[in-house]
Ligand binder design. Structure first.
Ligand SMILES: Nc1ncnc2c1ncn2[C@@H]1O[C@H](COP(=O)(O)OP(=O)(O)OP(=O)(O)O)[C@@H](O)[C@H]1O
Length: 454
């Protein structure tokens, strides 16, 4: 109790001096007030841990209401303050009323010193842990605000991407579980973050669990947490990722990697809205919003007995399919510009830009690794470039993923012709859709169609 600061308020001077004598050696500060009138201003002066408050102040009127009045004043000023009431024998009922109103305990006069010290020590410990909890809450909300402060940089204005973002905006504010599907590197995690950012849960965290990277034997404790001693390596109590996402969003990446026994456990959490840590008996209530992602065909896995159908129904209330980059090549120029700027800044290559020929080449490539591959290709080009312009030669692709160059001998014009033809075929001749897909005006598209005699 050496750190404790105690404020004692009693109009009986002999009580004040007895308490002062008792506490002075064992506490950091003991301040005595003989009237409660200065109580609030004293609380504003210093960071007290415990207030010892008399129930009756006016001599002769022992209603105890003064004590309750001042107790309420203290708690209104600081709801976390530990207040111990000092009361006479006949006033036990009032003391109980004070505890109901928020006092942490009461001591009857005359007190035993040992008992008084123990009560004050308990009150001080409570005050300390309340302060800790308050600070942790403040810290937590500060950290969450910090995490959510950075708006996700989501690039894309093609009609295919706009459809995705429309859907994201619509579903984010609901509590629906969402399954995001798409090839590797199409932006599934980015979209999950955006859903959380736009949701009503954004004041809490989004916890991400990559099912592809957790060893099978650690899976259960990672997800569900454990009690100290639940298994050989469980040296401390640990909260699992599911519980950590309580009231926020749980993002399960690569859900197709979840083993059948784990699928059953996850399903039970979703159905019962409760989980039990390993080695514990009592379940904890959980309020979750689940967003899952996969590049697997879960329907096919159900057919093969590798994924539970009932779990799929739980997790895919809404499914969002992300298009591969090759189906939204109109977004490539903007993505390229974004990544070039990002890496020019990062690698301090001021003045470096990219040629339009190079962008056309990037639009003709098939991008099996999607946006992530594009991002890496640009990062590499920026690092290796020793001129002021990144050109076509800075990007070398495998020929089988680059059919336009392969089939037409590699000239830029042939490549452009191939891209336009491909888009006309894909959009079934709808030139507005073709110009939107390619990111050019209708007039530019007409000029090119005329030029190439398409
Ligand atoms: N529309 C976009 N705008 C900007 N950056 C994007 C976009 N889509 C993806 N990215 C970037 O591409 C990279 C890969 O994205 P992300 O990790 O979200 O993909 P993923 O589909 O979850 O990949 P995987 O299936 O491999 O887990 C990230 O660096 C991400 O920021």
């Amino acid at each position: 109790m050496k750190e404790a600061k105690i404020l004692i308020v009693d109009d009986n001077k002999s009580i004040l001096s007895a308490l002062d004598l008792l506490l002075n050696g064992s506490c950091k500060k003991v301040k005595c007030l003989s009237s409660p009138n200065a109580l609030l201003s004293e609380l504003k002066e210093d960071n007290y841990d415990v207030v010892l408050l008399d129930m009756n102040f006016k001599a002769g009127i022992n209603t105890g209401n003064e004590g309750i009045y001042w107790l309420n004043q203290i708690l209104e000023y600081n709801s976390g303050m530990s207040v111990v009431m000092i009361t006479a024998y006949g006033d036990v009922e009032l003391a109980v009323k004070a505890v109901r109103s928020g006092a942490v305990d009461f001591v009857l006069k005359p007190w035993e010193n040992e008992k008084m010290l123990t009560t004050i020590e308990m009150a001080w410990k409570l005050s300390r842990s309340r302060k800790e909890v308050k600070n942790l809450r403040l810290k937590e909300s500060e950290l969450i605000a910090e995490i959510n402060r950075n708006k996700n940089h989501i690039i894309g204005t093609s009609s295919a991407w706009e459809k995705v973002m429309d859907m994201v905006r619509k579903v984010a504010v609901t509590n629906a579980n969402i399954l995001i599907t798409g090839e590797n590197g199409t932006g599934k995690e980015l979209v999950a973050r955006e859903i959380h950012r736009l949701s009503n849960r954004s004041q809490n965290v989004m916890v991400t669990v990559d099912m592809g990277s957790i060893a099978e034997n650690l899976f259960e404790s990672e997800l569900f947490g454990h009690k100290k001693g639940a298994f050989t390596d469980a040296g401390t109590d640990r909260m699992g990722k599911i519980e950590a996402a309580n009231e926020g969003t749980l993002f399960l990446d690569e859900i197709g990697n979840l083993s059948m026994p784990m699928q059953a456990k996850l399903l039970s959490v979703l159905e019962n809205r409760a989980l039990t840590r390993l080695g514990e008996n009592l379940p904890v209530d959980i309020d979750l919003r689940l967003v899952c992602a996969t590049n697997c065909n879960l329907a096919k896995m159900i057919g093969e007995g590798r994924f539970r159908e009932d779990l799929l129904y739980r997790i895919n209330t809404i499914q969002i399919e992300l298009p591969p980059l090759r189906d939204r090549i109109a977004d490539i120029p903007e993505l390229v510009e974004f990544f070039v700027n990002l890496y020019v800044e990062k690698y301090n290559k001021k003045g470096l830009s990219i040629s339009s020929d190079a962008i056309a080449k990037l639009q003709a490539y098939r991008w099996p690794g999607n946006v992530r591959e594009l991002q890496h290709a640009i990062e590499k080009a920026v690092i290796l470039s020793d001129t002021h312009l990144i050109g076509t030669r800075d990007f070398v692709f495998k020929m089988d993923e680059f059919s336009a160059v392969d089939a037409y001998g590699g000239t830029l014009e042939d490549m452009e012709k191939q891209v336009i033809l491909g888009a006309i075929e894909k959009q079934m001749g709808n030139l507005s859709a073709v110009s939107a897909q390619l990111g050019v005006t209708r007039q530019t598209l007409y000029n090119k169609i005329k030029k190439y005699g398409l």
